[in-house]
Design a protein around this ligand. Structure first.
Ligand code: SF4
Ligand code: SF4
Length: 391
């Protein structure tokens, strides 16, 4: 299949901007499927001036400044970035405003690369304008309970008193609704609380594979009960597009080698948090809610933590989970309803979701700058002062 993308009767010269490996892969896709498009260069400032070699073929790298100038002066017919929401928000800082609104500045969703078969619609999406609904990890909180109970847990898991497991039927329904609204999702994260406390977690994994066959499926765990995982669950974790996200806290520090040994023996892909052991937690929430929303949003990486639970979603987990705090302390301290969205609202479209994902949250007013404290467990009878900066 060869597609005439622009249909203007000429060969259109384009430049690709992004991570070199993604650019190389995208070039291969364009070469194979696009009749009237020629990739003439990659743009990556850290490789600027180097020819990137792939299978004996060399492609020039030019600076982003040069690529933007060429687009403005009509020397190239398009500048394409390979983007999901987080790298889009990061790269937009480097792109001139004029380019941003240029009709030939395109954002190719990241999942164009692994998706097979490559349909015409998929190939055409390489040359689409960014919607905002390109998600890096879509987090489903399969259980809100946790067996570790860290003080300052940003999900308020130690304050959840009753068993709180994501009902499987509802999960399945929500998962497929998300696959309609957010098809450009690079990874599905099954998170908690402690995800391994979710009974029949393998069913949640299996359903995620089915609903998002070209996304990575990952499970987040503090590893406390990993060695008790059933044979069935371990087998479900062995697939190529699965990744176990390990976060090690001090009580498990001396077990790291044992855990890694188990995963290597089983052939399960994993990712260990960069610091290996989390020894500090951040104190951030402020009851006063006086923070500057735009400033806090701009600086915060949690805005990429698009979270889904029980038919609702939010661009960040805080609006969805703050009720746990309010219930525990018996007062509506945090008012975050504005950013809790109903997945089944009939007026929702991909475009509307994209807009939601790019809009600072009113809830950000409760988040101050992060003060780091030594990690410890949450006391049994927790006080406000265990959680917020201004109790
Ligand atoms: S392990 Fe994670 S979910 Fe559990 S209490 Fe600690 S931070 Fe929260
Ligand atoms: S509410 Fe805003 S500032 Fe707070 S964690 Fe979420 S995105 Fe970050």
């Amino acid at each position: 299949m060869k597609i005439n993308v622009f249909g203007n009767g000429k060969m259109n010269k384009i430049v690709l901007y992004g991570v070199p490996l993604d650019c190389k892969e995208l070039k291969n896709v364009i070469d194979e499927y696009c009749e009237d498009v020629e990739v003439i260069a990659f743009t990556c400032d850290s490789y600027y001036g180097i020819k990137i070699d792939r299978d004996g073929e060399e492609v020039d790298t030019i600076s982003l400044g040069t690529a933007q100038r060429m687009l403005k002066q009509g020397e190239i017919d398009g500048l394409v970035t390979v983007a999901n929401r987080s790298n889009y928000i990061i790269i937009r800082k480097y792109i001139e405003k004029e380019i941003w609104h240029h009709p030939r500045f395109y954002a190719c969703p990241l999942n164009v690369l692994p998706t097979e078969p490559k349909t015409e619609e998929l190939i055409r999406s390489i040359f689409s304008n960014f919607t905002g609904a390109e998600i890096n990890t879509l987090q489903f909180l399969v259980t809100e309970n946790c067996n570790l109970k860290c003080k300052l847990c940003s999900h308020f898991a130690p304050l959840v008193k009753e068993p709180a497991v994501y009902d499987f039927k509802q999960f399945k329904k929500d998962l497929y609704r998300c696959s309609e609204l957010l098809p450009n999702t690079s990874a599905i994260g099954l998170w908690g609380g402690e995800a391994l406390l979710c009974p029949n977690l393998e069913d949640y994994i299996e359903e995620s594979y089915k609903a998002f066959p070209y996304s990575t499926i990952s499970v987040g765990t503090n590893c406390l009960i990993l060695k008790n995982a059933s044979r069935k669950l371990l087998d479900y974790m062995k697939r190529d597009n699965f990744k176990l996200n390990l976060t090690i806290y001090p009580p498990m520090e001396d077990k790291i080698e044992e855990i890694i040994g188990l995963l290597q023996k089983e052939g399960i892909r994993y990712r260990l948090s960069r610091t290996n052991v989390v020894t500090e937690f951040g104190r951030r929430y402020e009851l006063s809610g006086n923070n500057d929303i735009d400033e806090r949003y701009d600086e915060c990486f949690e805005k990429f933590c698009t979270t889904v639970i029980n038919g609702k979603f939010s661009p960040c987990y805080f609006p969805l989970l703050s009720h746990r705090f309010n219930e525990y302390f018996g007062k509506k301290y945090f008012e975050t309803e504005d950013e809790i969205f109903d997945l089944y609202d009939e007026s929702l479209t991909k475009e509307k979701v994209g807009k939601i994902m790019l809009t600072p949250l009113r809830s950000c007013r409760y988040c101050g700058t992060m003060d780091m404290e030594k990690w410890e467990r949450c006391p049994q009878n927790s006080k406000l002062s265990d959680w917020v900066k201004d109790a």
